[in-house]
Design a protein around this ligand. Sequence first.
Ligand code: CP
Length: 524
Amino acid sequence: MKNRYQGRSLAVIDDLSREERMYLFMKSRELKEALKEEALEVVDRFRINNPDFGIYEVFLEDSTRTRESFRNAAQFHGVKLGTLHAASSSFNKKESYADTFDNLCGYDNMIFIVRSKLEGVCRWLEKSGREYARRMGLEIPPAFINAGDGKHEHPTQELLDELTILEDNKWDTSTLHLALVGDLYHGRTVHSKADGLTIFDKVTIDLVAPPELAMPDAYIKKMKAHGYKVRIFSSIDDYIKAGDVAGKWYFTRPQLERMGEKIRARQDELRGAITAREDQLPQLSDGTVFYHPLPRNKQYPTIPTFLDNTPFNGWERQSANGRIVRIILLGLIAGTIGADFTGKVVRKDNNIEEDFIHEVEITGIRSGKRYSEGVQPINEGYVIDHICKGDTPGEIRDHMTVVNRVLKLTGRGGEWVSRSGDGYKGIIFRPGDLVLDDKMIKKLAAVAPGCTLNHIKKGQVERKLRLTTPPRIYGFKEISCKNPDCISHPEHSEGVPADFERMGDDTFRCVYCETSHTFKKVWG
Ligand code: CP
């Protein structure tokens, strides 16, 4: 049977389906029991046990738990563990991520554990690693595990968080009521919760953070799309006052290293809203547990150290689970375990075949509608109609400039903003012998979805196309992700071509950092 986990990368938690994660947690449970009972034969079945199997840690940001738990997990497996000393590496000579990892792949390494300030790095390396494997004739491409990328995601932390919550829930997945408390804006571990908590059937999430550190809308939207009930509070005091307080609290520290100067200057005031105080504790229900991905700030811990020796302490069990889930994850990706998994696998496929160029019947139009350029009827050329329908005249004019620029619609003709129903629409007229080929028409659909394209010959509409929103926008040099921390952002010169996939609400998500864009922003 084919092992569905083998060679897979983990860039975001959603790369593993709910079933795949539950299988991983069951294996973690089995391993923990075997270790506790010292059932060595059972424990040995989990080991990769191959000194030539290469795992490499590349940390471009500081770490204790993630790096060391993976190192301990690799030692458990009896494999070859390499470490790139990023601070003294050729990254300092402006070597790209792709070149760096291609070289490390060449030394027979199969799994890379990568922490970076840039976001979307593992998704990019997954692609570039596949290309490297093809060039080098490798049977299995290298796998990349995201050990935290900027403020984006921390999927392996999510795995250990979920395991700990499941254990504390006595493995009941029917409901979860969880408070997320702290820097929800910059904290990547809480962002992974948006998709991660889908292992529970009914989820209530209470977001507790001052507005400056609030959860970004995109993650709240995702939580609601998953059916979670989401409540929002600006401080622990407000939360307790409102009532119906969760029995599980997940704290995350103010991420000073990611904050702008203005917010950092107000850290003392902001921290007060998200730090647990002794007088608040009697108001919490019996059995309340606190979690924290750690580290705590030794001067200003948001979970004060006097709570260490109390039943509130869930964070130490949580941290110890880090080694366990990472042992299992490495074993699954190596193909040592997981062959008996038969559940649902997430299939990432952004090569969706979908028609977004539709021919419109023109029998009636041929004898009727005639387009003119000012007072002159157009005899030959193109008219692009219904551009940015519904936007303001100013927005429409701005975007028509973008359409002209990316399609190089220079020369004769002009632009017009016209009334359309209760609102406005843009029209571009291009008389003359311009020819828009299929590639340009696809580009037009991506830059002006919803428009119609009229090809006029002998004063009449010869061909009319309605262009709807394409499922993907990629392959154009004029597009870029607007998140300055994304690996594909042009400022980083990593040679990563921008690539966007359409979401349910017709926004476009960068496939690397997952930042949401309107189609206009993609081209802006
Ligand atoms: N929780 C966590 O990622 O800790 P480190 O930054 O120490 O790896």
